[in-house]
Design a protein around this ligand. Structure first.
Ligand code: ATP
Ligand code: MG
Ligand code: MG
Length: 548
């Protein structure tokens, strides 16, 4: 499917027509410091689909310039997630493979008098940067000679100094109206082992220096990033030019994806994992790609969502219901329908012959007749949903109550004759009668009933666990703005119930998806399901007020 028109696409068309660009090359540059989330999916779709639209190429590049937070576990998960989304990179790179090149470019800057070693602490540098209305103050080390800077920078690399003792700064303009141009730090010391380069380096380039060089080394033509980097663009261009890179990429900014009731920053997601609030990065409540996958989202639904939200130039918050809309759309025709009782209540049909089981035939998906028919057993004992019975119902309740008749989906009408309670007064069983004339498919018209409920035959039923989700972090949480992050976690984000499914569901596999009649779309959890016992994650309920 093609991407709609957007401002970035228009820029590319202009570049190609004017001959400024021969082949479009984009990149997706994650830092391997966590798992990818739905916001990254937007960026992945944009970069890959944009290049595809012009027969270009897309690189997957690990922006691994910060040794402390990075890990190969994240590298592997990111590759898996990009592939799962349906994209294959034309080339795979690690920014850390360019450390030598970056070092040499920094040396070039020093030689040109465009960079200097500074001994100010991080706090002092921050304090002397000035403000929007006031220029910064020049560092006392700004005047160091080229020779001294070359010597100190080499010794920084050799490990002679402690973390934070010295940095390399670009020498640009402490009075620039753009604070990013006030002698930004481009190298820092970090005695830390790197997941790729081990202990080879103890100095690491800063993002603003590394990123443009990475793009240039790879011949990226359109470097797409989020809006926060708009003010960094002059620095991006400065680095490319002053480092005398042979190839000149350009940075373009688009609005990052924000979703209601969704926390997307990797820092916070990691905290949820580390604190055990969730059972891993792939917890079905997580907005990570792996979480969405385990929840039951399909790559198609996520790509359709990314296309719909498009590429904007200003930040906004997208309704999380929109994502749900796309998975419903995708599964509507694909997912088999089935019945599952989440909170069972036993019903005995007293006028149905004891010991008899009949097999009823019903459609696998009424909206997609090609999916054929399925067989479901019916007998004297069934389970219905506890919610589908009320002893003293309000006026518009059309399900079961004493004396009332309802339709059992794909079976018969039953009437509630008697309510059985335990010693505490809890309803534990219903006694009903059925009417053989009302069998589904016989076009019975003599009486009408207002309610249709689902059920599962009791002797063939297969026990199953259902996991129902609410957002992990609510926008309107108790405690308001002042609450700490963990206090904002929704205590009702996970509900686990034990119920029953149809016997033909016995052999479902991890990641199989179904629509349970009236309950919504579910996915077979591949972490907790076993051969004997299936666990279902609810992807989404059926109804939504959301409209595109
Ligand atoms: P986070 O702050 O959530 O950890 P990040 O920007 O630090 O995200 P990176 O690994 O650096 O994570 O991101 C890789 C790419 O994904 C970047 O190009 C970034 O612009 C893009 N990206 C990250 N978050 C979003 C988002 N919410 N919407 C769109 N693109 C995003
Ligand atoms: Mg980043
Ligand atoms: Mg980050």
């Amino acid at each position: 499917m093609s991407i709609g028109s957007n401002f970035i696409k228009n820029i590319i068309i202009d570049d190609l027509e004017a001959g400024r660009v021969k082949e479009v090359v984009t990149r997706f540059p994650p830092e391997p410091n966590g798992y990818l989330h739905i916001g990254h999916a937007k960026s992945i779709c944009l970069n890959f689909e944009m290049a595809d639209a012009f027969n270009g190429k897309t690189h997957l590049r690990f922006d691994d310039t910060n040794p402390v937070k990075e890990d190969t576990e994240y590298v592997e998960s990111i590759k898996e997630d990009v592939r799962w989304l349906g994209f294959e990179w034309d080339a795979l790179f690690f920014a850390s493979d360019y450390f030598e090149e970056m070092y040499n470019r920094a040396v070039l800057l020093i030689k040109k008098g465009k960079a200097y070693v500074c001994d100010l602490s991080a706090e002092e540098i921050r304090a002397t940067r000035g403000t929007l209305s006031e220029p910064g103050t020049e560092s006392p080390y700004r005047g160091r000679s080229v020779e001294e800077n070359l010597d100190l920078f080499e010794r920084m690399r050799a490990g002679e100094f402690r973390d934070g003792e010295k940095v390399l700064r670009a020498k640009i303009d402490m009075a620039s109206p753009n604070i990013n141009m006030r002698d930004p730090v481009i190298y820092r010391i970090a005695h830390a082992s790197h997941h790729n380069t081990g202990d080879k380096w103890c100095i690491y380039p800063m993002y603003d220096f590394a990123h443009p060089l990475e793009d240039a080394v790879e011949g990226i033509t359109h470097s797409i990033c989020t809006l926060e980097f708009e003010d960094h663009r002059p620095l991006y261009d400065w680095v490319i030019e002053e480092c005398e890179m042979p190839c000149q990429p350009h940075q373009y900014e688009f609005a990052r994806l924000n979703l209601t009731n969704t926390v997307m920053s990797k820092r916070w997601l990691k905290k949820l994992v580390d604190e055990g609030v969730v059972d891993g990065w792939d917890d079905p409540r997580m907005p990570t790609i792996s979480g969405l996958r385990r929840r039951g989202y399909t790559p198609e639904s996520i790509r359709a969502f990314a296309r719909e939200i498009g590429v904007a130039k200003s930040n906004s918050v997208v309704d999380d219901k929109m994502l749900e809309f796309f998975i419903r759309e995708d599964l509507k025709l694909k997912a088999p329908r089935t019945m599952g009782v989440l909170r069972p209540l036993k019903v005995v049909i007293t006028n149905y012959p004891e010991g008899q089981v009949e097999w009823l035939e019903t459609e696998v998906n009424p909206e997609n007749p090609e999916m054929g028919m399925r067989q479901i057993p019916f007998s004297r004992e069934i389970y219905i949903e506890q919610d589908d019975f009320m002893e003293n119902p309000p006026k518009k309740y059309h399900r079961l109550f004493p004396g009332n008749e309802v339709r059992l989906k794909s079976a018969y009408f039953i009437r509630c004759e008697e309510v059985i309670k335990d010693a505490d007064g809890q309803v534990v069983e219903l006694r009903c009668t059925y009417d053989p004339a009302t069998k589904s498919g016989l076009d019975f018209t003599e009486r009408k009933v207002k309610g249709t409920i689902h059920w599962v035959e009791a002797t063939h039923a297969v026990a199953a666990e259902f996991r129902l989700f609410e957002p992990l972090i609510l926008d309107e949480e108790a405690g308001g703005e002042t609450a700490s992050f963990l206090e904002r976690v929704n205590p009702a984000s996970l509900e686990v119930v034990q119920g029953f499914i149809e016997p033909n569901m016995r052999d479902v596999q991890g990641q199989d998806k179904f629509q349970f009649f009236r309950h919504g779309y579910f996915n077979v959890d591949n972490k907790y399901s076993t051969a004997e016992r299936k666990v279902f994650n609810r992807i989404v309920s059926l109804k939504s007020s959301f409209q595109l």
